[in-house]
Every structure is written in C-alpha cells, then in structure tokens.
Ligand binder design. Structure first.
Ligand SMILES: [Zn+2]
Length: 704
C-alpha cells in the first residue's frame, strides 16, 4: 500500500470514529491486564511456598515482578470482593456487601472508566454468572463478555453459569487478535483487559490430565489447570511482543477454607484461609524495578489506585479511592507507614439473620468483632486457633477502636443507595451454591444476634438441604430440614426450603402451609410470596394467587417472573388484553427467555393480532423453544393471515411433538380445506373424531 493511501485510510478512520482521545505521554501506551482468579488460596502457588501444585506460569510472573506476601481480601465473597478491586472502595461505601445487598450504586466509578477516558480499549472476560453485568461492574468496558446461555441457565445446570478458563482465555485472545493494529493516530491503541477465571471455585472439576494427576485433591488440580491456561495466554502475548510491555496484575478475590475452622468453602467466616490471597504485579519493561517480595499486609483495595499511579494516569476516579497507591513501594522508592487491613462478612447476617463479622489485621495481630470477639497472634499462630482476647485485653481493645474508627471514616457514603439486583441474578447465585435470601430486617424480639461460630453446623445443613433441593432430591432435603426445625424456630429459610421441596413433590397444600410459616418469620420475602402464589395456581386458585403476585410486582419491580405469572393468570381467566400487557412487559425486560416470547405471541393470537404475533412466536422458536402449543399457535396466526401452506407445516410439527393434540388435528383439517385438498382434510378430520368423538359432530358439516 502506498504512503498516500495509508494516510487516506487513517483519515477515513478519524472521520469515522472521531479524533483519538488525547494521550498524555508514553506511559499511557502500556497495555494492562488485570487477572482475577476466583477462590485461589495464596498457599497453593509455588511462589508462595506450595510444593504440591505446579504453577510455573504464575511463579514466573512473580519471579519477574513484585509479589505481596500477605495480601488480604476485604470480603470473602465474589461480587463484593470484585467491587472492592474494581472501584478501590470499601464494601461499606458501595453497599455491595453480600449477594442480596444490591448492585453497585450509580455514581460509583469503575477502574475501566478511567482507562477509557485515557484512550484505552477496554474489555472484560468473566467466567461466572456471579459477576454478570447487572452488578454494575461493566461500567467503562467497551466489551463485557459475560455471555452465558440463558436457556441453560434456567435449568440450574452449573456448567451453564460458569465457563472453563480455556474458553474464557480463547475469547480474550480472539478479541485481542481482531483488534485493528493501529489506532487513529497511527500508533497502537493500548488496552485494559480484565480476565476473570472461575475454575478453583466449587465444584472442583478439572479436565484431564489434571483430573488424574491431582486425583483426591481436585481443588489443586483446578489451580494447575488455570496455570496451564495462563501459560497459553502469556505465550500468545510473548509472540505478539506484548508480554514484556504489559503491566500484568494477578490476584484472587478470596481464598477457600477447605475444612479449616469447620468451613468448607468461603463467605461464612473471615479467617485467613479465605482472606489471604496472591497479589503479583509484573511491571512493564519501561518501569525498572528489581523483582522483590513485600511482606507487610496490604489489602486488595489498593490495587486500583496502584494501577493508575504506576501509569501516571491522573483521573477523577482517584477522588473516590479509599485505598492507597502501592506504586512507590513497588518501585522500591519508599515504604509507606503500616496500615491495618479491614475485613468483613455480612453473609451470616443478611441471609440468615445472625451476627455479621468484621475484622482488622495488622502485621502481627488479627482481631474479629463478633458476639464473642477473637484475637490471634499471627506470628505464633498463623492458623488462628488460639483466641487471645482474654489474655491480651488491651491489644483487643486497641484493635477494636481502630476498627470502629476505620468504619466510621469510610462508611460515609451518601451515594450508596441500594440498587436492587434482578431476581434472576440472585437465582444464579443460588445455583452456584450460596444461600442467598434476604433475612428479615428486624430479628425476633430484640434478642442479641447469634455468633456465626455457634451456627456453623446449622449453616452447613441448610446449604446441604438447598443443594439437595437443587438436585431434585426433595424428600432427602426435607428429612434433613426436619432435624433443624425445633432447634432453629426463627430461621425463615427452613420452612422456605421445606415449601420448595413440597412444591417439587406437587404436595401443594403442605407447600402452602410452609410458605405461610416462612412469611410469618419474614413477611416481605419475595421468593416465599412467589412460591405461595405458585402453590395457589397449582391448586387451581388463581384468585388467591393474583393479589400476592400484584404485591410482588409492586414491591419488587425487578421481579420479572411475577409479571409473567400475572400474565398467565390473566390468560387463564380469559382476560387477553391484560395478559398481553403483563407479558409484553416481561418479554421486553428479558427478551431472551423463550417462554416469555411464546406466551406474548399466544396472547396476541388470542387478541386476533395475527401479524404482530408472528414476531414473538418465531423468536421463541429461534431461542430453542420446542413445544406443540407454540407450533399450534404459530400455525393459527399463519392460517388467519391466509398462509395456509406454512400453517400446515406448523400443525404437522405440533402433532409430531404431541400426537394427541386434538386441537392441532382439527386446525390441520381446516387448513387443508382452505387449500382445497378435501381428501387430506377428511383424513385429518376422521383422526380428530377418533381422538375426541364428543367434539366431532360440531364440525362434521364442514367436512361433508
Ligand atoms: Zn469468588
């Protein structure tokens, strides 16, 4: 290509996309890769001393860069911890503390927005529905790849709501390879990419050969597998000359307890088993710093401020930061004064009504504020097994007042307005194994809240009962719950899960009683209101279901399934206009749910709006919906538009799916009549008469 035509091409680019964003110096050309590996304990990496897992790619990254020996998560739950990492603010600031606490409030900035303002291409590739975009994490990302197959997600199959590292890395590389080689000014546009890998999260299910190689310790196998995929990514970056030039940050959102302190996974306690995570910075080739290890404790809240500082990006986002930049220390220039690291979990409180836990870690001690507080000397007792609260009361008191001060300073959050999550997002979290239900705001009779330490067994049994329900083993689930009822009379989630189990067994009367028992403990619990409505519908009492559904729609406007259910109730009552209005709202809010499209189309057929009905009916079919009713209604719409040949095909398909669908048989007979094929018409009509002799005489005249 000649020079002139190259110039013309560049000019065309500028004309098409506008002038390139101003850049403020060479630093801004540094590609940035933020890698968060979910549920990764620091002590499982070779560079953190692990001997039993092979992690050469991550170890090499640490060997070339700076490794933080004692990096701590502030909250051992996936969405709240990522909120901290991406915003540089504490959970008490954003209000993102737990699964049911709502999305990132409007007005809270995400690090990608800062990069975008500085001319970066931004993209995120996440591997779990736990981080889908409704949390608000997608702000500033030009591409937020959280695509999970919606139809499969409805089945509760965990494979459908997470994806393996291999696929996520492949999607990242495809994006990277497809970027235009140059930006508007002729230079390469830098990128900021966030890669989230989910494999070490439960269930532990590594592919071969890691499954065999790590038989009996599959959690380790997942980590080795993730490392293998990272090696593939880093190799690709090297081949493209990007690896050395890039700033790469690798960390985890939280660890995994693996039975320590009696906890299997994470989220319930705040011991180091779930707080201590890897944190590695590989600096770009332009920044000279000797590889080093920093031993003082730091928190993940410092990651976002450090990224901007290392690249000298001056951005308004920094006004919101509650963390500090670690850049001087990373570059070996200065050691900041020691800062205690805050941690919390509100999971026991918000989902169960027990006490929350809040803690503070220094380079020596860890204090946990709880109904029975805890103090550990981490130097002699890194496993946190010997509570020193009684032996060192003044140390405990000092840390407690530091904790209270820190909370007061950072909680002032005028912008932290609760933004509720869509019900389906919370549903997905449940299918990932969390008990994510909102406990009632006021717990019975002002009694002091229970210490999670005393509720561990109950918690584990509730998790197990929910897992059995998800696995469609309702009787086993109920047997387990029966052992808990008398011990935990205030725990609303027990009658709720019992009701869900009875629903699965179609024992509707018992389901109804249990939902009522749950609602007495937690009157505004959306899922119980919906469940009770469902039980009434199943018992053929739509008039009782309707006010409950209307209440849900009023109080939880994001509960799209309540709209859908109201639409179905109206349909059954023959109120087609009302059915259409509800179903339209549901289908517009969640256009990818096939049954919403199907019912909307059917409502339009019922209203004799045949042309309009075709759109949603065909969309339902494209989304994979396969049922006789859909085909029958599609045929009816087409027949009423005079498209009899196509209608015949639909009716035939309906009958193939459900040979006993007499209505489709009759419709097919009439379509043949309209096509002037009397023999076919008579044959189908006779088949209809055999199926439903009572109806036969009504239509006989047309076929004589
Ligand atoms: Zn996580």
């Amino acid at each position: 290509m000649s020079r002139l035509s190259q110039l013309a091409l560049v000019l065309t680019f500028i004309a098409a996309f506008g002038a390139p964003a101003p850049t403020c110096g060479r630093e801004n050309e540094t590609p940035v890769l933020l890698i968060t590996i979910d549920t990764l304990r620091a002590d499982r990496l070779g560079c953190y001393g692990a001997r039993q897992v092979r992690t050469p790619a991550m170890d090499a990254l640490a060997a070339q860069g700076v490794r933080f020996e004692r990096a701590l998560s502030h909250v051992p739950l996936t969405p709240p911890s990522h909120a901290v990492i991406l915003t540089g603010t504490y959970p008490m600031y954003t209000g993102v503390r737990e699964f049911t606490s709502g999305a990132l409030p409007q007005g809270v900035g995400v690090i990608a927005e800062a990069f975008q303002r500085h001319g970066y291409d931004t993209a995120a590739f996440v591997s779990s529905a736990a981080l889908e975009s409704s949390w608000g994490f997608s702000r500033g990302f030009q591409l937020y790849d959280d695509y999970f197959n919606a139809k499969q997600a409805n089945t509760g199959n965990p494979q459908a709501i997470e994806r393996r590292a291999e696929e996520t890395v492949r999607r990242l590389l495809t994006w990277l390879h497809s970027r235009p080689a140059t930006g508007g000014a002729g230079g390469e546009r830098p990128f900021f990419v966030w890669l989230h890998l989910y494999d070490p999260h439960y269930p532990y299910d590594p592919p071969e050969p890691f499954r065999s190689r790590y038989a009996g310790r599959l959690y380790d196998g997942e980590i080795a597998y993730v490392d293998h995929q990272l090696a593939r990514l880093f190799q690709d970056l090297r081949q493209r000359g990007l690896y050395n030039r890039s700033l790469i940050v690798l960390l985890s959102d939280h660890g995994e307890s693996l039975g320590e302190h009696g906890e299997d996974e994470h989220g319930f306690f705040i011991y180091d088993s779930t707080l201590h995570v890897p944190l590695i910075f590989k600096l770009p080739s332009g920044l000279v710093a000797a590889p080093r290890v920093i031993r003082r404790p730091v928190g993940l809240i410092d990651v976002a401020p450090t990224l901007l500082a290392l690249l000298h990006l001056v951005d308004p986002l920094s006004r919101q930061f509650q963390g500090i930049s670690l850049a001087p220390e990373l570059l070996g220039k200065a050691e900041p004064p020691p800062r205690p690291v805050y941690s919390e979990t509100f999971y026991p409180h918000d989902s169960f009504g027990w006490s929350e836990l809040r803690g503070i870690s220094t380079d020596r001690f860890k204090y946990i504020q709880a109904p029975r507080p805890e103090l550990y000397d981490l130097r002699g007792d890194p496993q946190e097994t010997h509570n020193l609260c009684d032996e060192l009361p003044s140390v405990a008191a000092g840390l407690r007042s530091q904790l209270e001060r820190l909370e007061k300073v950072y909680a002032a959050a005028p912008r932290a307005i609760r933004t509720p999550l869509p019900a389906e997002t919370v549903d997905k979290l449940r299918s990932l194994g969390y008990v994510a239900y909102s406990a009632p705001a006021a717990i019975a009779s002002g009694e002091p809240l229970a210490d999670p330490k005393d509720k561990l067994q109950v918690f584990q049994q509730v998790v197990r009962a929910q897992a059995l329900n998800e696995a469609r083993r309702p009787e086993e689930s109920n047997r387990l719950l029966a052992t808990l009822v008398s011990r935990e009379p205030h725990l609303f989630v027990i009658p709720f899960l019992q009701a869900e189990n009875f629903s699965q067994l179609h024992r509707w009367y018992e389901a109804e009683q249990s939902y009522r028992a749950c609602l007495r403990l937690n009157p505004h619990f959306e899922r119980a209101l919906m469940g009770l409505a469902r039980a009434y519908l199943a018992e053929g009492e739509p008039e009782k279901a309707r006010p409950l559904l209307e209440l849900v729609v009023r109080e939880f406007p994001r509960d799209i399934f309540a709209l859908y259910a109201l639409g179905r109730v109206a349909q059954r009552e023959g109120n087609h206009e009302q059915a259409y209005r509800y179903l339209l709202q549901a289908a517009e809010a969640m256009p990818y749910i096939p049954s919403f499209q199907e019912e909307l189309g059917i409502a339009l057929v019922d209203l004799a709006r045949f042309q309009e009905a075709l759109g949603p009916l065909l969309r339902a079919s494209q989304l994979g919906q396969e049922d006789a009713r859909l085909e029958h209604y599609l045929g009816t719409a087409l027949a009423n538009l005079g498209r009899f040949q196509e209608a015949v095909q639909c009716y035939q398909k309906a009958l193939k799916l459900e040979p006993k669908l007499a209505a489709a048989r009759l419709s097919l007979a009439f379509a043949y009549l309209n096509l002037h094929e009397p023999d076919n018409a008579r044959r189908e009509f006779q088949a209809f008469c055999q199926q439903s002799p009572a109806q036969c005489s009504r239509y006989r005249k047309s076929f004589e």
